[in-house]
Design a protein around this ligand. Structure first.
Ligand code: SF4
Ligand code: SF4
Length: 488
């Protein structure tokens, strides 16, 4: 809704008569006028200009590596197990050869904590390097911009085309662009779901049009649409208005944090000039606007540090290309800390915040390692059979029934022996249990006891499960053995 609101603006003007004054201060008076301002700012389309340079090469490499990782990791296997698979149905998470279970939630939580502190540490040192080079929004937006340029031409051609009326060539170019965006978005959506459903099965099901899982279909459509809209249409608006990280990362910044900045002392006063011309009194900025034209968020870095700046360094490459043409030294726009821009001297310092983040990373990595080393690779849970208290068998023995759930977290099959540790009872079922690699297996068992040994109606019973070849690999779980109340 484009709502107009009246604002009162106070202007200071020179009014010797002082007839409309609110207050007068020696010939200067304040006049009041009412202006209207819209609360809604419509988006100005940004036509990003292509630029090459050192930082664009780094981005091209990082983009290629990240996209390759994203599109291929779900296909790789390690020892027959997926490299990365969040198998929600089987409640198993495969991560680089290791299998994690819901019981390992603490480990996964610590992995996230390490990532968060690591990101804070990197941000406090190198500013928005994550946003500029590896955030999925940036990676996919750059891919979409590249496709846009491929089908619709350079920045000037795109501006001209958008201003002109519809013709067949424009229609074909736009259709090809949107189709390519949709295809890339679809590949992104399918790959994403391929990290939750084994990707080979997923592709086979899609190929044979037999994908029946409604949640898989929903998430493929959702991620395809999200990618297409975010990277194709919203682009910088996601960073400026939607991303919470963009908002709160300024608290991690300090005067030593590396930022992309414009060297005002060297550049100002700006002014245009020809290549040969030497204009005295002017700084190095020739006001060519190239740094603005290449900026994917449409800002002018010469206005100072702005939260819209994602630190992509496109403006550095743009400005360096101009400086080289003019035979000036490069680095009018460069990576440096605020302190360096102020003093003109290179200096890098770790402040207390950065040291604190580093300490937190070390601490959380240590706890994670400890938890990982101590992670039990065998788990046992015991449930009494529902409904039945106990029964007397044909030999006059009291029998109780249980369901044992054994989880073997190892990547090889194991054999276990089941014991009853604390009471004089015996297993009526087999005591050698076999469980496959990464398998969860249920074993219904029964335990018998001579009624003369029953001392209480609900006796504590302790089950011990021990790996056949490993004396120290064992687990114990307590339960209850019920007997006839009147006989004890
Ligand atoms: S100002 Fe420069 S570094 Fe910041 S977003 Fe724009 S081009 Fe990228
Ligand atoms: S690219 Fe460099 S020279 Fe051109 S306007 Fe920007 S800062 Fe000035």
């Amino acid at each position: 809704m484009n709502k107009q609101i009246p604002l009162i603006a106070i202007d200071t003007v020179s009014d010797p008569e002082g007839t409309t004054s609110l207050a007068s201060h020696g010939g200067e008076v304040n006049t009041q006028k009412i202006v209207s301002q819209s609360l809604y700012a419509s988006r100005k389309k940004i036509y990003v200009r292509k630029i090459t340079g050192f930082f664009q090469k780094i981005r091209a490499y990082s983009l290629t590596i990240l996209l390759l990782m994203y599109f291929t990791f779900c296909w790789f296997t390690v020892g027959g197990e997926p490299l990365i698979l969040f198998d929600i149905d089987a409640r198993k998470f495969h991560l680089f050869g290791a299998i994690f279970w819901p019981q390992d939630f603490t480990l996964l939580a610590f992995a996230l904590i390490i990532s968060a502190f690591g990101l804070f540490f990197i941000t406090s040192l190198f500013g928005r390097v994550w946003c500029g080079y590896s955030c999925p929004q940036t990676v996919w937006s750059f891919m979409f911009i590249w496709l846009e340029e491929f089908f619709e031409g350079s920045r000037n051609q795109r501006i001209k085309s958008d201003k002109s009326g519809l013709n067949l060539q424009k229609l074909l170019r736009k259709t090809a662009k949107h189709l390519s965006w949709l295809l890339l978005a679809l590949a992104t959506g399918i790959t994403f779901v391929g990290y939750f459903i084994p990707v080979r099965e997923l592709i086979a099901d899609i190929g044979s049009l037999s994908l029946t899982s409604s949640w898989a279909i929903f998430w493929i459509i959702f991620f395809t649409a999200a990618t297409y809209i975010n990277a194709g249409w919203l682009r910088e608006q996601v960073c400026i208005y939607m991303c919470p990280y963009a908002r709160f990362q300024s608290v991690m910044f300090n005067e030593n944090t590396l930022i992309v900045g414009y060297d005002k002392q060297r550049g100002e006063p700006r002014g245009s000039r020809s290549r040969q011309e030497i204009k005295s009194g002017l700084g190095d900025c020739v006001d060519c606007q190239l740094c603005v034209q290449v900026c994917p968020t449409g800002i002018d870095i010469r206005d100072g540090l702005q939260y819209e700046c994602i630190g992509c360094a496109l403006c550095i490459d743009a400005c360096d290309s101009i400086m080289k043409k003019l035979n000036y030294s490069t680095g009018l726009i460069r990576y440096a800390s605020e302190k360096e821009f102020e003093t003109g001297k290179p200096q890098r310092k770790f402040d207390a915040k950065t040291i604190a983040y580093a300490a937190l990373v070390i601490l959380s990595v240590s706890i994670f390692t400890l938890l990982l080393i101590q992670r039990p690779l065998l788990e046992l849970s015991v449930m009494r059979e529902r409904g039945a208290l106990y029964q007397e068998n044909g030999m006059g023995l009291i029998e109780n029934f249980y369901l044992l759930k054994v989880i073997n977290k190892k990547e090889r099959a194991e054999k276990y022996i089941l014991y009853i540790e604390n009471i004089d009872a015996s297993l009526a079922s087999k005591n050698l249990l076999k469980v496959g690699p990464g398998e969860v297996k249920n074993f219904p068992i029964s335990v018998v006891m001579d009624p003369t040994n029953i001392s209480e109606p609900a006796m504590e019973i302790r089950f011990k499960l021990q790996e056949v070849n490993q004396e120290h690999a064992s687990v114990t779980v307590n339960s209850k053995f019920l007997g006839p109340i009147n006989d004890w």
